[in-house]
Ligand binder design. Structure first.
Ligand SMILES: Nc1nc2c(ncn2[C@@H]2O[C@H](COP(=O)(O)OP(=O)(O)OP(=O)(O)O)[C@@H](O)[C@H]2O)c(=O)[nH]1
Length: 503
């Protein structure tokens, strides 16, 4: 570890020893002086002897003391070595902790060179600790975050802040951008001079990515032309977007906490919603046309798709409904369908829709073992109306004929205009076969009555051919052919009557 400080030997003990040595040296010198002085002057041989014995004793004593001090010193040395070993161990332990820390750590000198990096930091930036020796945090920094980083280093040095925290980007060795949350602090010496920057960081790339996605989702949510409505698992509205307000007229506050049924127009029945929820429960998705009501009361058609959002356990948490106003498209489509299937003059089903209805009727009768009757109606001498009163009068008459025919049958029966002065009626629900006769006679009677065209009273009549499923024919083509044939028999037999096929 670079900040370790070896424990120094006990300086007091060394000084004491040195002092002791100095003291002994002085005593020896003094005694030697005395010996020299005695030899030269008044000292006796006994005195010299005494002094020598004293000196020897003193030297022995001091030698013992010195040996004891040396021994103490050795022990101190051993203690010191032991302490240094312990320090080295704790230093290794500390290095281990730093190296295995889950957060990236680095130490830089004041010229931004890495002095220490841990494994997590290496993983974040994708460089080895050796490679990082030649790099600085600034060379790793994303160019867009460089000014911010430099500014923060600068502030740590010049201002009185101990640390700062920023979110910034590094460019990894593989070129990928990595986002980190970084806390940098500055260590100063006892004189307050900067020594090291210490940085700790966490990889927050995933979090930033999710935030980015959330931001994107919010942008889409708010700027989408598609109305969005989010409900919770209990189907209570928890969020709507501006397009929802634009389409429905309801502000978010009008509907938050309410059930989406506030939009209901009542045009769909219970079964419709039941089927919708069943599909959602099974497939977590439903889409289709729905008629709803705006805040203004106006009924509109929407194309609605609903997705069920589940949690990890598969429990539905939210329903996300997206819808667009399709009223115009629906109206246009309806118009096209109407043009294709209805007669523009009388508003009755045309030949095409008539054929469809006849096919459906035959299938249903076949399924249920029912009887079905087809009546072919052709006006008698209609051409004369056109010729004498004009085409417009003829048209008016055709409209009145259509109304009279319709008023003689049930709503469940089909009345159609095939073209010109030809009409058809499909009679279903014939539990009582005599109803065919009654309807046919009523039609003959009704159409024989005078028509008022402006101030003109006009008389026409109708010839009717009748064919019965399944007695006379079983398929659409044969039914049509047979009814036509029967109608011609009515014509040939004097008009203003009805004739059954084959009778
Ligand atoms: N006003 C009007 N006339 C039509 C229309 N479509 C066909 N017609 C005319 O209807 C007439 C039908 O003629 P027919 O049914 O053959 O002649 P009819 O006079 O009814 O003679 P019979 O059926 O034999 O009794 C023709 O004159 C057509 O021009 C229409 O949409 N409006």
């Amino acid at each position: 570890m670079m900040y370790s400080k070896k424990v120094a030997p006990d300086s007091m003990t060394f000084e004491a020893l040195a002092e002791e040595n100095r003291r002994l040296r002085k005593i020896i010198d003094a005694l030697m002086d005395r010996v020299e002085y005695g030899e030269a002057g008044e000292s006796s041989a006994y005195g010299v002897f005494q002094s020598t014995v004293m000196l020897e004793n003193l030297v022995r004593l001091r030698t013992h003391e010195l040996e004891a001090a040396l021994e103490r010193n050795e022990k101190i040395g051993r203690d010191l070595q032991h302490a240094n070993e312990k320090l080295a161990q704790s230093e290794d332990g500390f290095r281990n902790i730093v190296d295995n820390a889950p957060i990236g750590m680095s130490v830089m000198d004041t010229s931004y060179h890495f002095a220490l990096v841990n494994r997590a930091f290496c993983n974040i930036v994708g460089y080895t600790s050796d490679e990082l020796k030649n790099l600085t945090p600034l060379t790793l920094t994303h160019p867009d975050d460089l000014a911010l980083s430099l500014d923060n280093f600068e502030r740590l040095i010049t201002e009185d802040i101990s640390s700062y925290q920023i979110e910034k980007r590094y460019i990894r060795k593989d070129g990928e951008v990595v986002w980190v949350q970084l806390t940098t602090s500055l260590l100063r010496d006892t004189q307050g001079q900067p020594i090291h920057f210490v940085a700790q960081m966490q990889d927050i790339t995933e979090r930033r990515r999710s935030e980015e996605q959330l931001r994107l989702a919010a942008t889409i949510y708010n700027s989408s032309n598609e109305a969005m409505m989010i409900t919770d698992a209990q189907n209570t509205i928890v969020a709507t977007n501006p397009a929802f307000t634009a389409l429905t007229g309801y502000a978010a506050d009008d509907v938050l906490g309410k059930n989406p049924s506030v939009l209901s127009s009542g045009k769909q029945d219970k079964q419709f919603y039941q089927a919708m929820w069943e599909t959602l429960a099974q497939h977590h998705y439903w889409e289709g046309d729905v008629w709803n009501r705006k805040k203004s009361g106006e009924v509109y058609a929407e194309w609605l798709s609903i997705s069920a959002v589940q949690d990890d356990d598969g429990q539905v948490q939210n329903y996300v409904a997206l819808f667009t106003d399709i009223t115009e498209q629906k109206q246009a489509a309806d118009l096209i369908w109407k043009h294709a299937n209805y007669d523009a003059l009388t508003q009755l089903p045309n030949r095409r829709l008539f054929r469809d209805r006849l096919e459906q009727g035959v299938k249903k009768a076949e399924r249920n073992g029912d009887v079905l009757a087809l009546l072919f109606i052709d006006l008698d001498h209609f051409k004369e109306v056109n010729d004498t009163l004009g085409h417009q009068a003829g048209d008016d008459l055709l409209v009145q004929v259509a109304n009279r025919i319709t008023s003689e049958v049930r709503a469940s029966d089909t009345v159609a205009r095939l073209g010109g002065d030809e009409f058809t009626v499909i009679l279903t629900d014939l539990a009582d076969a005599s109803r065919i006769d009654r309807v046919a006679q009523a039609l003959v009677d009704s159409l024989a009555k005078p028509f008022q065209l402006g101030n003109q009273e006009v008389h026409v009549s109708a010839s009717i051919g009748i064919i019965v499923y399944p007695d006379d024919a079983r398929d659409v083509h044969s039914l049509l052919k047979g009814a036509d044939k029967a109608m011609y028999r009515s014509k040939s037999e004097g008009r203003n009557r009805f004739t059954y096929f084959g009778r």
